[in-house]
Design a protein around this ligand. Sequence first.
Ligand SMILES: *Cc1c(COP(=O)(O)O)cnc(C)c1O
Length: 457
Amino acid sequence: MAEKEIPYKIYLNESQMPKAWYNVRADMKTKPAPLLNPATSKPCTEDDLRPVFCDELVKQELNDTDAYIEIPQEIREFYKMYRPSPLVRAYCLEKKLGTPAKIYYKFEGNNTSGSHKLNSAIAQAYYAKKQGLKGVTTETGAGQWGTALSMACSYFDLDCQVYMVKCSYEQKPFRREVMRTYGANVTPSPSETTEVGRKILAEFPGTNGSLGCAISEAVEAATKQSGYRYVLGSVLNQVLLHQTVIGLETMTAMDKYGIKPDVIIGCAGGGSNLGGLISPFMGRKLRGEADYEFIAVEPASCPSLTRGKYVYDYCDTGHVCPLQKMYTLGSEFMPSASHAGGLRYHGMSSILSQLYDDGLMTARSVEQTSVFAAAQEFARVEGILPAPESSHAIKVALDEAKKCKETGEEKTILFGLTGTGYFDMYAYKSFNDGTMSDYIPSDEEIAASLAKVPKIQ
Ligand SMILES: *Cc1c(COP(=O)(O)O)cnc(C)c1O
């Protein structure tokens, strides 16, 4: 098809939306290492995980073999309210850059949670409801996950208890109010409401909190109340699986117009959005059907892939969750209070960790001020005010497009625009005022927290 026939926004119709999620583990030759029970150091069984997670989600978590897992009708109906999300050809950006590259982005910010997180929140709430539970507990960093989950829980009439990392709770009162509007109960973490919270507060008084610590509190709260389970917004295999709606829609839309991306870029916090975007493409690469370059982008302040180690580690500060083999900075790593709250996790999805370790994906770390400069450049021509997390992907997409301008290469660049940044205006203010700093942890700092990973490698 002639290129000028490609619209600015490619939408699928409802019948072209995926009916099953794609499980990339089925096509991986080296499977991600199994979760380990922290008490026995043996691989987790369904029985180990059932007290913490919903039954159906436990099955998805441990399923390394089925390539496709059906999306229940109820979830597909909810998806239809805000999906398919548009795949946008960034013509204006290309023109502004004067690049021969073709740039596409898949925009996930078209819902009230402002990010891709609703894709998994609605699935997890559905399975909790189906199991007859009363409610769920969770943590939230920047607040997008908590918002998404509170929307999903109110839809299915479930109680929603959110432990919100303290610095975000204070920096983002409006996020908190959105969650409360949807009926969620929001507690700043660490808190006095859990044993693990009290312990962390005693050890680190005045701490800003971290995702790892909020996770411990949420898990404790779930296991101590009957009829509750814990749900997580990233990192886990099940979450990455749900997020494959992003990649599946993208692939269908691109195939429809005969577009083949050369480079696929996404920001990586816990890895679910990137994993969801790249999975179907990675599947083709793993099966030898096509080749793509995949780039994970992480903040220089929390560089798990680029400076971490591939080892078994705790997923949370309180060490109540299963152990996971992943690229990690150590569960006690306390990232500086950067503005990309959704990327401040010490570890990484075990699926992405294995793909990265196998050389099937690359990673780059970028500094905060350069990320906001890219966000501004993008916002001024493409009309969307991006989330700081998403802007990590923008930064590298711009770098790649600018490289094409120098070399004359006509690469097709695809990136995931995970969300909008309207609740991040303090971050934009600090960039606009010129007071933003670029904190990069020292080797000593990383080595000190890595020294505390468990000795079961
Ligand atoms: C949470 C979040 C991220 C990080 O996503 P992961 O799937 O954990 O890597 C990126 N962008 C936005 C807008 C988010 O809310």
